[in-house]
Design a protein. Structure first.
Length: 250
């Protein structure tokens, strides 16, 4: 019977190259901590939205953080571009189903994507999907209509799941059906921002495309982050252009 030297085994383990997923992330990179954190943040913010009118402190969480195109307009007195992201952690206080659907979708899809692409790239994917949703709202929504919800980020995950599944050779018919049904609902049901859904879907798919198609090798992460940065710069440029095009009703 052979005897293993513990020190030798540990040294061999450290020298062995780490196994990585198809998208360059170490295998077994841990629990989807970012997904759980975002869900917790959205729930806390929702409770604050519900409680703020009842606290009697003059605090309006929804009004302070919701996004409308006017907040990124050259002509509006309050220039608050950060709302393009803060709106993504808010939900309609009058509809529990709004936050319930988004958090369930984030839970199920996020737990698949986060370990596959890694926490840092997953954070970038969420942020740019939410940002992309707000950019679409900027161009396609009434300037004074406020928008809230993580739906842009969620649709970004839908788009990313499709691209990543295609890249890995997995079946994507179910994902296409899921996106199609939800986009139809977005157009047919009143008070749902199809603009935010569409913008998030496109931004998320582009981020996933960069992650999946970056050249393999030691510089793969560099290529991935260069592509992600490029998408962010395009969205910033579109915001700058859109801010000059916002037209207020007379």
């Amino acid at each position: 019977m052979g005897v293993h030297c513990p020190e030798c085994v540990e040294e061999a383990r450290r020298r062995r190259p780490a196994q990585r997923t198809q998208f360059g992330t170490p295998v077994g990179s841990g629990r989807p901590t970012v997904t759980y954190t975002v869900i917790a943040l959205c729930v806390v913010m929702y409770l604050l939205q519900l409680a703020s009118p009842r606290l009697g402190l003059g605090l309006d969480v929804t009004g302070a953080l919701a996004y409308a195109p006017a907040y990124t307009s050259d002509w509006f007195p309050s220039f608050e571009p950060w709302r393009m992201l803060t709106a993504a952690v808010l939900h309609s206080p009058s509809s529990a189903m709004h936050i319930l659907f988004n958090m369930m979708a984030l839970l199920f899809v996020g737990r698949v994507i986060e370990p596959a692409v890694g926490a840092a790239r997953y954070v970038a994917l969420l942020l740019l999907s939410a940002f992309g949703g707000s950019v679409a709202v900027l161009f396609l929504t009434d300037p004074l209509t406020p928008t809230v919800g993580a739906s842009g980020a969620v649709f970004g995950l839908f788009g990313a799941l499709f691209i990543l599944s295609r890249a890995s050779g997995a079946e994507t018919g179910g994902i296409v059906a899921l996106v199609a049904v939800n986009m139809v609902v977005s157009f047919l049901v009143p008070n749902i921002s199809w603009q935010g859904h569409l913008g998030g879907l496109v931004a998320g798919a582009l981020c996933a495309l960069v992650i999946a198609r970056a050249p393999r090798g030691k510089s793969r992460r560099l290529w991935q982050w260069a592509g992600i940065t490029g998408i962010a710069l395009v969205l910033i440029a579109l915001t700058a252009v859109g801010s000059t095009m916002v037209a207020f009703p007379v």
